[in-house]
Design a protein around this ligand. Structure first.
Ligand code: GCU
Length: 614
């Protein structure tokens, strides 16, 4: 009985929290003030700053506004006899953005709550509105300004913002964020993953100042099958919702004016001639200027179409092969979560050097710098939400959470030409509740963005009674545009040579991308090609696997697992792993392994001679 009450109170607490506002897009081109830098922090595994433990934890209301015991009030003793048992300003600091695990050795394995505090002054313009914006915080963030609760955000890899216009003071503001990266069964991702659960304010924190009525969101893209018809929408936020707005592409003398409706919304539909289409070979971006009564907002947008035609993937109407690689959002050189433009540049330059034109950003949305730089550098992207392995398919809160992360990802990156595929999930066991969950996610993605392809990283199975015949046999294949699947023949079963006898039976008139294959090798460890963990074993595995994949008629892309070794709490083999997944083609320090050249040679061959497998 007590547990049911506790569960009910927990759900009640969840629903009491105000969820983050609608996301404001195109933050990089808005008037912002950074709050990055040193933040004071308090490590609070017992959530002492949140709950009043004099009573039973779950009966205590978290709303202790004004109560000195609650850390978000940043209380200071008013006199020598007042007892307060925390003090941010005398506490240690750490850098934001950044995870706490790689910054503080004592927090390397820490999963729990850390309180962050940043003090700042801010003078806003007379009729301006101000929002506090987070690029991402893992996993749950409870956000307070000057002791007032702004709200909650759940999900470690997508941006969120809260309006602070009426709470902001000119002097001595204190922004306090309780970040909790504890893993939960019903969370997204759930308790088990093969990546490090880096916690903290892992991405940029900014104040964003906008006009009283401002351009909150918009989309602009090329209509499929055309090279000059543009479609999209614009959404204003504020009192003067209905007004004239203009969308301009000065370089091609295109200008279009439309009036938003009473909700501040307007569809965009106009022509722009002589557009040079965006592609990896010529990543042409156009300055687009959106102007309303009170503001002018610019963006850099590339125009291209992406579709499938039978087994082909068509970029701007031409069949392409996706020469790809997978990557986690980690900077192995520095250690910890990647978060900066420099980190993104390092990743994308390495991808280019490999001869690749495509990255699967695994298994969660990476920071916005990656998508914007991929636009500039001409690299195609697969973006994914962390619906990973065994999610709680039947829990409506879990679905809402997953769908919300998808919404935030699409809202943030929908104007990026580089992004061509939204991925709903990775390696999720087939079941009716799972099928239903993924179908709803697919429907939601298509409703938000009908212009891109939808997929997921599925699992392969061997055909009943024919161990060497591989099938996918997943009903979700019918719902996606691209058949994506992971396969580890020669690593999680068999030897590299096993690939030679495998037959693939994929009865789908759809393009296939092999979204993972690979094996572990310690960089610098050498031996015979059947000696596991050696570079020679990995090299041999790549050779046999790629030959096998070329026999698949639908083969239109591949993203081997993975560009660099990455931290994983599931990898314990001393000397070889020591907490690293060693399937990288490079070590975490960027040292290349033999298999790297097998893939690079294939990609250079495709660049020079096209892909003529089938
Ligand atoms: C899985 C999974 C990855 C994991 C990889 C591995 O397929 O998708 O997240 O790291 O295999 O086992 O190395």
């Amino acid at each position: 009985m007590k547990n049911i009450v506790k569960a009910l109170v927990f759900i009640l607490l969840l629903s009491q929290n105000t969820w983050a506002n609608d996301l404001i897009t195109n933050i990089p081109n808005r008037k912002t003030t950074t709050l990055n830098g040193k933040w004071h922090y308090i490590v609070d595994p017992y959530e002492n700053g949140f709950y009043n433990y004099r009573q039973d934890a779950f009966d205590a209301s978290p709303d202790l506004e004004g109560n000195t015991a609650a850390y978000y009030n940043n209380a200071k003793p008013k006199n020598v006899s007042e007892r307060i048992e925390y003090d941010f300003d005398r506490s240690e600091t750490m850098m934001v953005p950044g995870d706490w695990n790689s910054q503080k050795e004592k927090l390397f394995y820490y999963e729990g709550t850390v309180w962050y505090k940043k003090s700042f002054d801010y003078k806003k313009s007379a009729d301006g509105r101000v929002f506090v914006y987070f690029g991402g915080a893992n996993y749950r963030a409870d956000v307070y300004l000057n002791g007032k609760k702004l709200g909650v955000h759940i999900g470690g890899f997508t941006p969120f913002n809260f309006e602070v216009t009426d709470i902001l003071k000119e002097k001595d503001n204190f922004l306090i964020v309780k970040v909790d990266n504890k893993r939960y069964r019903d969370a997204v991702p759930t308790v088990n993953t093969d990546w490090w659960n880096y916690g903290g304010l892992t991405r940029d924190v900014k104040l964003v100042e906008v006009a009283n009525t401002f351009i909150k969101d918009y989309a602009l893209r090329l209509k499929k099958g055309t090279n000059n018809q543009l479609l999209g929408f614009i959404q204003l936020d504020g009192a003067k919702a209905s007004q004239k707005v203009t969308v301009e592409i000065p370089e091609v003398n295109s200008k279009y004016t439309v009036k938003t409706d009473a909700n501040g919304y307007a569809e965009l539909k106009f022509k722009a001639d002589k557009l040079q289409l965006w592609s990896p070979e010529s990543p042409k971006l156009y300055k687009v200027v959106l102007t309303s009564d009170s503001e002018s907002l610019a963006d850099q947008i590339g125009f291209r179409t992406i579709e499938t035609k039978g087994m082909d993937i068509m970029l701007n109407g031409k069949s392409i092969f996706l020469r790809g690689i997978c990557s986690h959002e980690e900077n192995g050189m520095r250690g910890g979560r990647a978060f900066s433009e420099e980190d993104a540049y390092m990743l994308l330059s390495r991808v280019k050097e490999l001869g690749a034109n495509f990255i699967r950003l695994a298994h969660y949305p990476h920071n916005e710098y990656v998508a914007r730089l991929a636009d500039e550098m001409g690299i195609l992207l697969w973006e994914e939400v962390p619906v990973y392995w065994t999610i709680s398919w039947e829990n409506p809160e879990t679905y809402k959470n997953a769908e919300n992360q998808l919404t935030e990802l699409i809202t943030r990156d929908k104007n990026r030409a580089s992004v061509i595929i939204w991925s709903m999930a990775n390696e999720t066991p087939i079941s009716e509740p799972r099928n239903k969950f993924l179908r709803s996610m697919i429907k939601h993605a298509r409703s938000l963005d009908p212009s891109r392809l939808v997929s997921a990283a599925l699992e392969k199975h061997s055909k009943e009674g024919e161990p060497n015949t591989m099938v996918i046999g997943d009903p979700i294949v019918e719902d996606v545009d691209i058949l994506g699947f992971n396969q580890y023949i020669g690593w999680y079963g068999g030897t590299p040579e096993s690939c030679d006898n495998v037959k693939w039976e994929l009865n789908y008139n759809k393009p296939a991308i092999i979204t993972e294959f690979g094996g572990g090798a310690l960089q610098g460890l050498h031996g015979a090609s059947n000696e596991v963990w050696t570079e020679e074993y990995q090299e041999n595995l790549y050779k046999h696997t790629l030959d096998m994949l070329k026999r698949i008629p639908q083969f239109r892309g591949v993203t081997p697992w993975i560009l660099t070794d990455f931290r994983s709490p599931r990898r314990h083999l001393p000397v070889v792993q020591d907490g690293w997944n060693r399937k990288g083609l490079m070590s975490e320090k960027g040292e290349k392994k033999k298999a790297y050249y097998v893939l690079q040679n294939l990609y250079i061959d495709i660049i020079n001679n096209g892909f003529k497998f089938k």
